[in-house]
Design a protein around this ligand. Structure first.
Ligand SMILES: *[C@@H]1O[C@H](CO)[C@@H](O)[C@H](O)[C@H]1NC(C)=O
Ligand SMILES: *[C@@H]1O[C@H](CO)[C@@H](O)[C@H](O)[C@H]1NC(C)=O
Ligand SMILES: *[C@@H]1O[C@H](CO)[C@@H](O)[C@H](O)[C@H]1NC(C)=O
Length: 325
């Protein structure tokens, strides 16, 4: 009886300790600047920007060293052969073992070359990105937006949750999905199929829906190992989120592969530079789950990179016919 009591107390203490540790993890001791301070600083900096080759080379080196984006950013037949265990990066202890069925969906390196417009010389054994426009989460490119966001797309990301919410998980008609994908032309669709267990089936269904309709799009599945290492890279630099935003994954990819990176639309604040309220995305105002992403922290990191000339952030209004790269 006594022992049981003692154990009960111990576990209360253990639980308290864990709570305190979680608290420090979620609310680190250093203070993030307030939105208003950030806006003021961005205004002070203005359009000033000077390219810094040392910074560009440094970040390419760091990201190649930690995460090898050239080889690892997508699941390929080369980095994920039959029998390979893919550990879900967004789940605690779940994995998918590559089998006949999934292996046949992976791209073959060499057959796919994607590259930045001002690309590096890619190794022949790697997926290269021949791309100047990355977009996040299947954004609409309809008439009312194109003046601001252009239409050129080479890679667009799609979260499985969008398949679920917008296209009824593709369990019924697939026509709406296939039709709505046409605006992305012949770009790559980048889906984190192996990040969360419930996301795998919708992602595979999206693959088949496109394949069956002889779509010009190419599906790339995000490699969970890449997402995990990139997450660690930014965590070590002070981004304390359950998960990085898709935008930061893409910026990391671009920093690792491209000579010049410009980020558009990365502005997670509720007021613009003119202090007028603005929506979260250019097409809607749906905020991310509060504890899921740490958008202001991410912005501060990107802003440091902007100030050091490593990448360029466009935070005011956009000139037409440009995209993310
Ligand atoms: C250029 O980048 C390097 C590496 O990030 C940094 O140490 C240096 O201060 C930067 N130079 C300028 C002028 O910001
Ligand atoms: C994969 O498919 C091949 C031929 O289609 C078959 O010979 C092999 O046994 C299959 N392997 C597994 C693990 O199912
Ligand atoms: C794929 O591209 C070709 C050539 O650009 C075009 O004719 C065809 O309609 C496209 N297919 C689909 C499904 O969009």
């Amino acid at each position: 009886m006594l022992v049981r009591c003692y154990r009960g107390k111990l576990s209360v203490w253990a639980a308290l300790c864990v709570l305190v540790l979680c608290w420090f993890y979620i609310f680190p001791v250093y203070r993030l600047p307030r939105d208003k301070e950030i806006v003021e600083e961005v205004l002070r900096q203005g359009e000033d920007w000077q390219r810094n080759q040392t910074g560009i080379d440094l970040y390419r080196f760091l990201l190649t060293d930690c995460c090898d984006p050239q080889r690892m950013f997508a699941v390929t037949k080369e980095n994920s052969p039959m029998g390979k265990v893919l550990w879900y990066d967004g789940e605690f202890y779940h994995s998918h073992t590559v089998n006949n069925e999934t292996y046949s969906l992976f791209v073959q390196v060499g057959s796919h070359i994607i590259i930045c417009s001002n690309n590096l010389k890619g190794k022949p054994t790697a997926i290269r990105i021949l791309s100047s426009s990355f977009r996040c989460n299947l954004p609409p490119l309809s008439k009312e937006y194109v003046d601001d966001v252009g239409t050129r797309t080479h890679l667009v990301t799609a979260n499985p949750s969008i398949i679920e919410k917008r296209f009824q998980n593709l369990l019924w008609s697939r026509k709406e999905f296939v039709d709505s994908m046409k605006v992305y032309g012949s770009s790559y669709i980048y889906m984190p199929a192996f990040s969360m267990k419930p996301g795998t089936d919708p992602s595979l269904r999206a693959y088949y829906a496109l394949a069956d309709s002889s779509s010009n799009l190419t599906m790339l599945f995000a490699n969970p190992e890449f997402l995990r290492t990139v997450g660690k890279f930014w965590k070590a630099r002070g981004v304390h989120a359950k998960r990085l935003s898709t935008g930061l994954f893409l910026v990391s990819l671009a920093l690792g592969l491209c000579e010049e990176v410009t980020a558009y639309g990365f502005w997670p604040f509720s007021v613009g530079l003119d202090e007028q309220p603005i929506s979260h995305h250019y097409y809607d105002n749906i905020l991310p789950y509060k504890w899921f992403h740490a958008m202001p922290e991410e912005f501060v990191q990107l802003w440091h990179l902007h100030k050091s000339g490593t990448l360029r952030m466009k935070v005011g209004s956009c000139p037409p016919q440009e995209g993310k790269s």
